[in-house]
Design a protein around this ligand. Structure first.
Ligand code: EPU
Length: 426
C-alpha cells in the first residue's frame, strides 16, 4: 500500500508546471482508434487512467510507442474489434468512450460497464440515446457488458440528439460515434468544457469535420476516414485549480505555469473573492495569499460555471476562511463524503443533501485520513498541507489516477510531503 505523509503548516513558494489535461487525454486517446494512420499525441499526463486507456487499446492490437514520457505514437490502423476486457474497463470511467469509438469505426461494439469515482448514480442513458438516434441497437448483455450494434451492419448514420443534461461523457461519446458516420450528427445542449473543444480540435486535425464545439450546438459531418497527424493536449484546468486552492489554504506564492488562464477564470474569480491575489499572465497565473481568507458561497455548474471537480479542493480552503460559507453541489448527488474525513483535522461542516455549510476555523490539525475518490484525495492533500502537524493519507491510488507527480511537484515548492510504501495489513 502507498500512502502520503505530510508535515503541514508551511506556506508554498515557487513554480509549478501543469501537465496535460486528464479528461481531454482519456477521450483523445480513444479518438485515436478512429484514425486510419499513425498519430502522435503530445502533452499526455503520466497518470494511471492514461496507462489503463492505452492498455485497453493494446488489447485491440493498437500499436503504442512512447516517444518521450509525455508523447505517444499510436497506430490503430490494423485494430480488431474485440470485446473489451472487464478487468481494465471497470477501473476507470472514461472506458465507456470505447463504445462510441468502436461503434463509429466498426458499426458494433461490446464493452464492460465503466467504473471510476463513486459520486452518486452515474447513468449513461444519454450516451445510449445518442447511439440509438444514430441507428444502433443498444442492450446490456450478461456479465456487466453493454453492446451497441447497427442492425444489418454498416456505420452509424447522422442524427439530431438533444441532451436533457449537458453531459460531458455523452457529448464526447456521441462525437466519437459521429465522426465517421454517414451524414451529419447534431448534438444540442452539448457540454462546453475545454476538453470537449480539445477533442474536436484533435478530430479536425486528423481530417474530421466538427463545428461548434464550445457552444451548445455541435455539428459533426461524418467523413470517410481520419488520417494521421500530430496533436498536443491542452493543460489541465483542474490540476492548475488544485494548486491554486493549495496556495489559498496553505498560504505563500505560486506561479502556475503552462495554463490557459481563460479556462481558470471560473476558479480564480472565486479565489480573489476569498482574499487570494491573482495575476494573469500569457500562459501562467501567479497566486499569492498572505492575509486571512474570507467566506463565500458557491455552486458547481457545467463550464463556464465553477467546476464540480474543484469543489472539494476549494471547500477545504473555506474551512479556514473567516465566517460561514455555503457550498452547493450542482452536478453530482454524493460529492461531500470527503468532508467527514476533513472534519478529523478539525474542520467544521454540516452536509444536508447537496448543500454543505462550512464554518471556518483558525487552524486545522494533522490526522490520518483516507482518500475516498480522486478530487477528494487532492482536497485531503491540501488540508494536510495547511494543517499543523502530520497528516497521513491512505488509498492514494485514487489521486494517482489523475495527478502527474503530485508529490514531486509539491516538494519542489517547499511542501513536506513524502510518498511511502508500507506493507499491506493482513
Ligand atoms: N448524466 C445523466 N445521463 C447520462 C450522463 C450523465 O443523467 O447519460 C448526468 C450525471 O448523472 C450528472 C451530470 O449528467 O449528474 C453530468 O455528468 P457528465 O456526463 O457530464 O459526467 P461524466 O462525463 O461522467 C466527466 C468527468 C468528471 C466530471 C464530470 C462533470 C471525465 C472522465 N469525467 O464525467 O470528472 O466530474 O464530467 O464535469 O471526463 C474527475 O475528473 O474527478 C471527474 C469525476
Amino acid at each position: 500500500m502507498v500512502k502520503y505523509v505530510i508535515e503541514g503548516g508551511t506556506p508554498l513558494h515557487g513554480t509549478v508546471s501543469i501537465s496535460g489535461a486528464k479528461n481531454a487525454a482519456v477521450a483523445i486517446l480513444v479518438g485515436a482508434l478512429l484514425v486510419d494512420g499513425v498519430c502522435c499525441i503530445e502533452n499526455i499526463p503520466q497518470i494511471s487512467d492514461v496507462k489503463i486507456q492505452l492498455s485497453i487499446m493494446e488489447t485491440y492490437g493498437a500499436k503504442i510507442r512512447y516517444m518521450t514520457p509525455n508523447t505517444v505514437e499510436i497506430d490503430a490502423s490494423g485494430i480488431r474489434n474485440t470485446k473489451t476486457p472487464y478487468e481494465l474497463m471497470r477501473r476507470m470511467r472514461a472506458s465507456y468512450y470505447h463504445l462510441g469509438a468502436l461503434l463509429g469505426r466498426f458499426g458494433q461494439a461490446e464493452v464492460a460497464m465503466p467504473g471510476g469515482c463513486y459520486l452518486g448514480v452515474r447513468p449513461i442513458d444519454l450516451h445510449i440515446k445518442g447511439f440509438t438516434a444514430q441507428g444502433a441497437k443498444v442492450d446490456v448483455t450478461s456479465g456487466g457488458f453493454i453492446r451497441a450494434e447497427i442492425p444489418g451492419g454498416g456505420r452509424p448514420h447522422g442524427a439530431s440528439v438533444y441532451l436533457d443534461v449537458a453531459s460531458v461523457g455523452a457529448t464526447i461519446n456521441i462525437m466519437l460515434s459521429a465522426v465517421l458516420a454517414d451524414g451529419q450528427t447534431v448534438i444540442e445542449n452539448a457540454a462546453k468544457e475545454p476538453h470537449i473543444v480539445d477533442l474536436a480540435n484533435f478530430l479536425n486535425s486528423m481530417g474530421g469535420d466538427v463545428r461548434g464545439a464550445g457552444t451548445d450546438v455541435i455539428k459533426i459531418r461524418g467523413v470517410e476516414r481520419l488520417r494521421g497527424g500530430s496533436y498536443s493536449i491542452i493543460p489541465d484546468q483542474i490540476e492548475a485549480g488544485t494548486y491554486l486552492a493549495a496556495v489559498a489554504a496553505a498560504g505563500g506564492e505560486l506561479l502556475i505555469k503552462n495554463v490557459i488562464p481563460k479556462h481558470l477564470e471560473c476558479i480564480t474569480a472565486k479565489l480573489e473573492e476569498i482574499g487570494v491575489e491573482i495575476q494573469e499572465q500569457d500562459d501562467a497565473v501567479l497566486a499569492r495569499r498572505t492575509g486571512h481568507l474570507t467566506r463565500t458561497n458557491f455552486k458547481t455548474a457545467p463550464y463556464p460555471g465553477f467546476p464540480t471537480d474543484m469543489q472539494p479542493q476549494f471547500a477545504v480552503a473555506l474551512t479556514l476562511a473567516e465566517g460561514i460559507s455555503v457550498v452547493t453541489e450542482g452536478i453530482w448527488d454524493n460529492r461531500f463524503k470527503y468532508l467527514e474525513e476533513i472534519k478529523r483535522l478539525g474542520a467544521r461542516a454540516q452536509v444536508n443533501g447537496k448543500v454543505a455549510v462550512i464554518e471556518g476555523v483558525e487552524k486545522l490539525y494533522g490526522a490520518p485520513v483516507r482518500a475516498c475518490d480522486l478530487r477528494a484525495g487532492a482536497a485531503m492533500v491540501i488540508a494536510g498541507l495547511a494543517a499543523q502537524g502530520i497528516t497521513e493519507i491512505e488509498d492514494v491510488y485514487h489521486i494517482e489516477r489523475g495527478y502527474e507527480d503530485f508529490v514531486g511537484k509539491l516538494q519542489k515548492v517547499g511542501a513536506y510531503i513524502r510518498r511511502v510504501e508500507v506493507p499491506d495489513q493482513v
